[in-house]
Structure formats: C-alpha cells, structure tokens
Design a protein around this ligand. Structure first.
Ligand code: 5AD
Ligand code: SF4
Length: 453
C-alpha cells in the first residue's frame, strides 16, 4: 500500500495550483485549495514536481492566453510521463472557453472545468481516479457554487470576498460575459457571514470582489433586493473591520450614493479602480461601454467632491479596431484631465467569440505599440508624481507582513500605496502612522512615528 495514502481510493496527498489573471482567480484558487483540503486532506505545495494533483486556474482576458496554457501543460506532461498517476486539471476561463478542445490537443489532461464548477472538484477527482476517465465540466449551473464551498479561512490580515460574479455588460472586446456567465450576486447574509468569519480569523481589511461590484443586486437582509451601496454600509458595520475596499467598478453604475459613501464610511478606503478603456466617445460607443467621456468625467468630479484625496486607477485599451489618431489623443487628453495614480494599459487583441473579433483588427501592430508606449509614459509620469507627492507626509499604514529585507515591515496606505519601514512582526494587523521619506516608482519608504515624534 502506498505509505502516503490519505483516502485509500485516491492515494492523493499534495496539490499544486498555478493561478493566472485577476484577483477573482486568486480568490477562486484559494477556495479550490480549501475544498480539496477539506475533502482529501490535501496539502498545498509550491512546486508542480511535488504534487499528486496539478490544477491550472487560467485567464483568457488577453492575447496568447491559450498558448501560455499549452506551453505550461507541456511541462506538466513530462511530469506525467514519469508519474502516470499524476492528475492534471485545467480550470478557469480558458477551461470554460476551450472545453474539450484542451483534451483533444493535450490528451494527458484529466479534467477541464470552468469557473462555475470548481465546487465539484472532489467528486470529479474521485471519478477520475476510480473510473480512469477524462472529464470536462463547463456548464454554468444556476445553483450558487458558494453554498458548496467550505468555510473560507482568513489568510493574514488582508483578504478578499467574492460578492458577485459574471458580467452582463458585453463590452465588444471582452470574453468575461462568455467565460464567467451572467451577473450573479450572492445574498447579503452569506457575504456578511463570510466577512465575519474572516474577521474572527484575524483579518482586518476586506476587499469585496466581482467583475462589476457596483452592479451588485443581491437578496438583502429584509428580503428586498439590495444594491452595492446598501451592501457596503452593512459590511462596514461589522466588528473588527478596519478597512474596506472593492474592485472592479463599472463607470455606468457609479451612483451618487456610492460616491457619497466614500465620505460617509470611515472604513471605506480612498482608492477606486474605475476602468475607462478609452477617452474617445466614438471608441466608447464602438466598445459598447454604455457611457461616454463626459459621464465618466462627471463621476470622477463627484467622487472628488466627496473625497478629495481619493486615488484613482483605470484600465485602457489602445488600438481597438478603427481607433484613429484623434481617438487616441482623446484618451491621452482624458488621462491628463483625470490624473491617475495607477493604470493598466493594454494593446487590443481580438478574443475568440467576442463581437469585436469579427471586425478587422485594423490598427497596425507598430502603431499599437507606439500608442501603448506614449500612454504608458504619461501614466508612469502621473504615477511617479503621485508617489512624490507623498514625500514628508505622515500616512496611516496597515502593517501586513515582514518584507524581504531583514528588519523591514510592509504595509499599505489608505490609498493603496505599498510602504516599507523598519518595524517588527508584532505590528502586523495594526494601522500605524508612518512618515514618508523616499518615493520609488511602485512603493514608498517611511519611518514609523513613535510616541512623542
Ligand atoms: N484586448 C485588450 N485588452 C483587453 N481587456 C479586456 N479584453 C481585452 C482585449 N480583448 C482589458 C480591459 C479590461 C482589463 C481587465 O483587460 O482593459 O478592463
Ligand atoms: Fe468585460 Fe466589459 Fe464586463 Fe468589464 S464590463 S468584464 S470589460 S464585458
């Protein structure tokens, strides 16, 4: 008998998860680990070589996603040649989109599953072992997978809770509505329960996650449908919660109540990721974004009227089909007008199955590159100026963990900037005043303010 057997039928001991993509995928990988730990006592390992099961949690949002998955699978194939019992699973958005094609191309993959079916992993893995079959599970069940997941164990002092999934916006360039399915909001009571449990584990900062958090419409505590603002007021009241954040928001659903919440909820941190994609009305229309440039700028104005110090970030796409020089200049102009603290800039790439993929991808690659570089350099300038403005300030830092440098601790300011400073591990979980003494591109250095400073 195999010495490392936990459940004799399965003889599985260790799990490796490779995660690509967004915070929601990170969250999902955490839940996959939880459910496999609960079902089979599996232990997470850091290297695929040490694992009895390898799960890939993939992302298909941008170009070459599938190719990246296949090339990583090539590595795992070699491991499987040495250990035929190794189970390989491909989950997440590429799994959802590619389905059985994955096993046609990579027959050594035992399991393909989508983002809505990972609560069934223990049962699927058991079936694979018992019946020696290969499986594909990519349906989008109506039922809430969350009801089938074990208790979410808080990791550290900062953690995330998914409050809604999917997207009904159907921007023309985006695969999310097809891979993650329609918008589905969890009931308020379930979210509050998960948050309360995390807080009892020692978590003090919670990020509420969803593809469109402000599209949240969930069953409220009074039996009525609650919107996102109602939800955050309720979460903010939980005992022990020091900081609350959320991501991602859609400009179409930035209600006045939500803008005002930044002034009224002390736990709600002054940072907002509000992707605009383009500053040109023609492009916003072609992308089916559901808002124009002025509506976006008005939301920013309203946010700043309630919370003048709010830090802002956005996603941008350059080179969308038909994007002219003027359209691109309008994007630069919008960015200059808003002044962001961070930005994620992408070259458009056609994604299979999306409406934009039918249009000719007609901005030449070299021009896309040039636009990307121009936008990146403006955004770097803005981000750098934002960091330099912190010099000399005394900011509140939530201490998260020891940093790589011996004797240094690491945390974040209320507006999400990383700060390193001399400190000790007893400070983890506390919000401490730190004076900023150096500003780098991506982080700050500070000194802890001691009593009497
Ligand atoms: N091409 C380039 N960027 C894309 N994004 C989504 N789809 C595409 C695509 N086809 C970007 C958008 C989105 C972010 C998560 O990824 O900017 O906000
Ligand atoms: Fe994709 Fe648009 Fe939905 Fe965001 S809002 S997930 S970009 S379809």
């Amino acid at each position: 008998m195999n010495a490392k057997t936990t459940t004799p039928l399965l003889s599985l001991d260790t799990l490796f998860i490779k995660t690509y993509g967004c915070q929601m995928n990170e969250y999902d990988s955490g839940r996959m680990a939880d459910i496999m730990k609960q079902a089979y006592g599996l232990r997470l390992v850091a290297k695929p070589e040490d694992a009895d099961i390898i799960l890939m949690n993939t992302c298909s949002i941008r170009e070459k996603a599938e190719e990246k998955v296949y090339s990583e699978l090539g590595r795992y194939r070699k491991l499987k040649l040495k250990r035929p019992d190794l189970i390989i699973g491909v989950g997440g958005c590429v799994g959802q989109q590619e389905g059985e094609r994955i096993q046609q191309r990579a027959p050594y993959v035992d399991l393909v599953f989508g983002p809505q079916t990972y609560h069934r992993l223990p049962e699927l893995v058991k079936k694979i072992r018992r019946d020696r079959v290969r499986l594909t599970q990519t349906e989008m069940p109506e039922i809430e997978k969350f009801d089938h997941l074990p208790r979410h164990q808080g990791q550290g002092v900062v953690d995330c809770v998914t409050i809604m999934e999917g997207c009904d916006k159907f921007c023309t360039f985006c695969v999310v509505p097809y891979t993650r399915g329609p918008e589905l909001s969890r009931p308020v009571a379930d979210i509050l329960k998960e948050c309360t449990e995390l807080l009892s584990d020692g978590v003090v900062e919670i990020s509420l996650l969803g593809q469109n958090v402000n599209g949240y419409r969930g069953l409220g505590l009074d039996g009525e449908v609650w919107d996102f603002t109602m939800l955050i007021y309720a979460v903010a009241e939980l005992d022990g919660l020091k900081r609350l954040r959320f991501s991602t928001s859609h400009p179409m659903e930035m209600s006045s109540e939500l803008c005002q919440a930044f002034a009224e909820i002390p736990q709600l941190m002054p940072y907002l990721h509000l992707p605009v994609q383009s500053g040109s009305n023609a492009m916003l229309k072609a992308m089916h974004r559901g808002h124009d440039r002025d509506t976006y700028l008005l939301s920013i104005e309203e946010l700043r009227s309630h919370c003048p110090t709010i830090a802002l970030s956005s996603d941008f796409i350059v080179g969308y089909p038909g994007e002219s020089d003027e359209d691109f200049e309008a994007t630069l102009d919008l960015a200059r007008q808003v002044v962001y603290d961070a930005a994620y800039c992408f070259k458009y790439s056609p994604r299979p199955g999306t409406p934009a993929a039918h249009a000719e991808d007609n901005v030449p690659e070299a021009l896309k590159d040039e636009r990307l570089q121009r936008l990146l350099s403006l955004m770097r300038e803005q981000a750098k100026a934002g960091m330099e403005r912190q010099m000399g300030r005394i900011v509140e830092v939530l201490v998260e963990k020891a940093s790589r440098d011996e004797g240094d601790m690491q945390g974040r300011t209320s507006d999400y900037r990383i700060v390193h400073f001399r400190g000790n591990e007893r400070q983890i979980g506390q919000v401490m005043p730190v004076r900023i003494i150096e500003a780098y591109g991506q982080s700050l250095r500070g000194e802890l303010m001691l009593a009497g400073d």
